[in-house]
Design a protein around this ligand. Structure first.
Ligand SMILES: Cc1ncc(COP(=O)(O)O)c(C=O)c1O
Length: 396
């Protein structure tokens, strides 16, 4: 129509993954039995004590505006969580509660970026990072990582892309989509570099509870200098299976937290009051539901890694955290499967959907066309059947 729309808005890329998920949905609506490996959320119900507390909050009328940056009870529970899990000392003034971790990341970027500031992002990345940086007026700068180094970047990489405009790096450990975890030693080197170069670190730790082999270390816990430059992002979505409740939180130096709180007060105001009260219980009470979920994920991961590596043309490493596996498809590129020449991850995803009735997320959505991503946030039954179908199509 030729509307004169905002450059900012027009610069936002539509999600590449949407095409596949929309098609899978359409097929399902037609009654076709599609198995999806696309889920970005745990398939478990929110623990009962959290659900009950939400009902109590509604019944007792805790349904009004709260302070814009969150209720004091939840900020205190978040401080206790950081102390208990990450050995990090914060006070409620360091904490901002938002509408999901994505919103926390957005607020953090809005608080630190000026036009033209650069934010370093490792590839493959979580789909929203580049777009969030752009909306906040910054420029994403990419580091291509390799599978041999578990898709992790190093200080050498940071040195290579550093400019006078480098303002922040986004660190995501455990990672979506790779499941990689940065070790304490790797984080120490990155922290030293960030402090020397006065670069902020946005540390997205939303998958911290879903680690299977290594320990999770928060970069902010290494020393005070890096703590002051780090905005730690976390939330209820993945650990407590609360994706729809929309509670994320961040911890930052008080000066930064204040600016973030001001931004939030004029945009969304407080996150849902009911979800906030329920989250207090989630953080403070028995954590056995989280551990039970972690065990289930580990079992699924181990099974999937074994089966994927037994399929001709596919391979993967054992991811250490989150609930995703990046499957290497390099061997299949250029080959013909079911009459379709596979030139890209999207080509393969389409063949798997059309011929196998299996939805996978093409790696191009995460910036790396040599892979597709499988999520194991689905039942063991679905996993077994889905992998069986993938094998049949690919080995056909
Ligand atoms: C790496 C990463 N960060 C943040 C989020 C957003 O979490 P939330 O639902 O709390 O906004 C996700 C969700 O998929 C994620 O994968």
């Amino acid at each position: 129509m030729g509307y004169n729309l905002s450059k900012k808005g027009l610069d936002i890329s539509p999600s590449v993954t949407l095409e596949i998920t929309a098609k899978a949905k359409e097929m399902r609506a037609k009654g076709i039995d599609v198995i999806s490996f696309g889920a970005g959320e745990p398939d478990f119900n929110t623990p009962e004590n959290i659900r009950k507390e939400a009902i109590r909050a509604i019944e007792e009328g805790l349904t009004r505006y709260t302070p814009a940056s969150g209720i004091m009870e939840l900020k205190k529970a978040v401080c206790d969580k950081f102390k208990r899990d990450n050995n990090l000392e914060y006070e409620p003034e360091n904490i901002v509660i938002s509408n999901g971790a994505k919103h926390s990341i957005f607020n953090a970027l809005m608080a630190i970026l000026n036009p033209g500031d650069e934010v370093i992002i490792g590839v493959p990345y979580w789909v929203s990072y580049p777009e969030l940086v752009k909306i906040a007026g910054g420029n994403p700068v990419y580091i291509n990582t390799v599978e041999e180094n578990e898709f992790k970047f190093t200080v050498k990489d940071l040195e290579r892309v550093k400019t006078n405009n480098t303002k922040a790096i986004i660190l995501n450990s455990p990672s979506n989509p790779t499941g990689s975890i940065y070790s304490r030693e790797e984080l120490e080197e990155i922290a030293k570099w960030a402090v020397e170069n006065k670069v902020f670190v946005i540390s997205d730790e939303i998958y911290e509870k879903l680690v299977y082999d290594d320990e999770h270390v928060s970069i902010a816990s290494l020393n005070d200098a890096i703590k002051n430059l780090t905005i730690v992002i976390n939330g209820m979505s993945k650990a407590y299976s609360m994706t729809g409740w929309r509670i994320g939180f961040l911890a930052a130096n008080k000066e930064i937290a204040k600016v973030i709180s001001n931004i939030q007060s004029h945009t969304t105001s407080n996150p849902c009051s009911i979800s906030q009260y329920a989250s207090v219980v989630g953080l403070n009470e028995d954590q056995s539901a989280v551990e039970e979920m972690r065990k289930q994920f580990k079992k699924r991961r181990d099974y999937m890694v074994e089966v994927i590596n037994s399929i001709d043309g596919l391979s993967c490493r054992k991811p250490k955290g989150a609930f995703y596996i990046m499957v290497n498809i390099k061997e299949l590129k250029g080959k013909v499967i079911k009459g379709v020449k596979i030139n890209s991850s999207l080509d393969l995803a389409k063949v798997l959907l059309d011929e196998g009735k299996v939805a996978v997320i093409p790696g191009i959505g995460f910036g790396d066309d040599d892979y597709f991503r499988l999520s194991y946030a689905t039942s063991m039954e679905n996993i077994e059947e889905g992998l069986r179908r993938i094998k049949i199509v690919i080995e056909s």
